[in-house]
Design a protein around this ligand. Sequence first.
Ligand SMILES: [Zn+2]
Length: 113
Amino acid sequence: MEERDLKQFEPKLKQLREEILKVIAGEDDDSGARYLMDEIDQAQNVIEQAMGSLMSSSQRANLAKVEEALERIKKNSYGICEECGEEIPMKRLEALPFAQYCISCQQKLEEEY
Ligand SMILES: [Zn+2]
């Protein structure tokens, strides 16, 4: 099996968790939202991409996904599709560090809705 450096995603996920917590804390506070925008400007590209996809759905649900992803890193099951058990491509994890499924399973699951 190809050696994959999955540990690199741990600091990214932790940073993402911080950003989400700030969004949740700032939901009822305009100055908090402005502060967050500055934070996003300074954040790494991958975080910006992930935050972009985060904005479309519930922050608390996303926080849970990030927490789960951090748990999976601890249990060495990170980066494995929960549906088919295949490795999730690194490119997908870089764009969406808390991805639970590979692209084909994600599409299949979305079609079921
Ligand atoms: Zn899959």
